[in-house]
Design a protein around this ligand. Structure first.
Ligand code: 9WN
Length: 441
């Protein structure tokens, strides 16, 4: 597939991306999309703030500060901070029933689970992009204690063995909600017959592009279990039927701790415990999640005590953190670059599920389409290991995909058709970051 964007095309694309972000701005934060996601989401805000920081550092600071207003007393940053009437989104604040929980923030409605940890990473990137150094340092100082309790939440409540790896307790925590990696774990979950779902998502997006009703009823049922446990993390971790140590989530955590350490240096704080945990995580990923025989990283299902063997892009994530050694990296890149793996001959890299996996579906959410956040991560990954040609092609094709099809949530890897929500904020934000950071145009 050839790429043909000129410098002028890129300027136009960047301007359009800024307009998406401005139009999705409500009060002091940015909604992921006007049609599907009318509240503030955790990792979306991190991506969004990185994009904003290239042209308005203060909006970027505000995005993160607003998100932290929803932080729970146990340190958890919830995956959604609600700021609009709940009729727009299911499940809304009354379904989550977090209001009376002693840990939840006062007068702020949130969900009761979290999302992939990339807030330190975002804060550090914002700092690097900010034009006024002193202002950026003050921003880091103002969030440093939030970052500490954010990471401590994972360490205190989500680590259950000597590997230091953290667990997720709901597919929504993974950020890659209906990834086929969760199929087996979900198959054993049997919702009570009383669990009612009222989907609002399929009013604006085709059902074939979204998770199924069966998946939704299990998502809702898990929340009911958390409410019964009064959102007590210890009791959830020991009883939850969905308890997984995912490789992408743990890799992002590793990268977030790395950013935490850099921030600690800037604000002059001691973070020796974080340094130790980071080392522990690296060996946890290498020793528990790397499987030599299949030449890939896997996720671990703690409830079932089994490996999750499924070829998805998430299973290559440790490359992004530079964790694999040369031999491991060679094996991983070979699949990423192959036509029947992740680099279609006449299509757009990198689908979220291997093209030869039985579960691959080009239009269904996290089961095959190309997403801009995963491509953004992998561009940096190819660069890190010296695959500059691939990094450049991936960047150009990702920008072209958006320029030709719009700021969609995800895209069909062959036709390039935009899928899911339109005017999607993190697509816009990361397009800006890709344009600003590249040396190839
Ligand atoms: C549930 C907002 C979020 C993203 C997730 C993505 C999707 C929500 C949904 O949208 O999840 O959290 O309703 O499907 O999977 O990564 O943060 O953009």
């Amino acid at each position: 597939m050839s790429t043909s964007l000129s410098k002028t095309d890129l300027q136009i694309l960047k301007q359009q991306a800024k307009e998406v972000l401005y139009s999705n701005r409500t009060e002091s934060s940015t909604i992921p999309s006007p049609t599907l996601y009318p509240h503030q989401w955790n990792w979306d805000s991190a991506f969004i703030a990185i994009g904003l920081s290239h042209f308005d550092a203060r909006l970027a600071y505000e995005e993160i500060l607003t998100l932290f207003e929803g932080q729970w007393k146990n340190g958890m940053v919830p995956h959604i901070k609600f700021h609009r009437a709940e009729k727009d989104y299911y499940p809304g604040p009354s379904f989550w029933a977090c209001d009376n929980n002693p840990n939840s923030p006062e007068n702020i409605k949130t969900s009761g689970i979290t999302q992939p940890p990339i807030l330190a990473l975002a804060a550090y990137r914002i700092y690097l992009n900010s034009p006024v150094r002193q202002e950026a340092i003050e921003f880091l100082q103002s969030i440093y204690s939030n970052l500490c309790s954010y990471h401590n939440f994972f360490r205190n409540y989500r680590v259950s063995d000597e590997t230091g790896l953290v667990s997720i307790i709901h597919p929504w925590e993974s950020g890659l909600d209906n990834s086929p990696r969760w199929d087996n774990a979900l198959s054993i979950i049997k919702p009570k017959s009383g669990t009612q779902i009222k989907r609002t998502d399929i009013k604006t997006v085709g059902e074939s592009e979204r998770p199924s009703n069966v998946e939704y009823s299990k998502y809702a049922y898990l929340i009911e279990l958390f409410i019964e446990a009064d959102y007590d993390q210890d009791s959830i971790l020991s009883t939850c039927p969905f308890n997984i140590q995912p490789v992408l989530f743990n890799t992002l955590l590793y990268m977030d701790l790395e950013a935490h350490i850099k921030i600690a240096e800037i604000v002059n704080a001691d973070c020796s415990e974080i340094m130790l945990w980071k080392l522990q995580l690296k060996s946890g990923i290498q020793n528990k999640l790397w499987k030599y025989k299949i030449g890939r990283y896997v996720d671990y299902d703690l409830h079932d005590q089994s490996l999750i063997i499924c070829d998805t892009l998430a299973n290559y994530a440790p490359l992004a953190a530079g964790i694999p050694n040369e031999n491991q990296a060679d094996r991983l890149f070979k699949i990423l670059r192959s036509e029947d793996g992740y680099w279609p001959a006449n299509g757009y890299p990198l689908p979220t599920v291997s093209l030869s996996a039985a579960e691959y579906d080009p239009d269904k959410y996290w089961r095959g389409p190309v997403w801009i956040n995963t491509n953004w991560l992998m561009i940096q990954t190819f660069q890190k290991y010296g695959y500059l040609d691939e990094a450049q092609k991936l960047l150009r094709l990702s920008l072209q995909l958006v320029a030709e099809n719009g700021f969609y949530e995800y895209f069909n890897p062959f036709s390039g058709n935009g899928l899911g929500a339109d005017q999607f904020s993190w697509t816009a934000a990361l397009v800006i970051d890709m344009i600003e950071n590249n040396e190839w145009y």
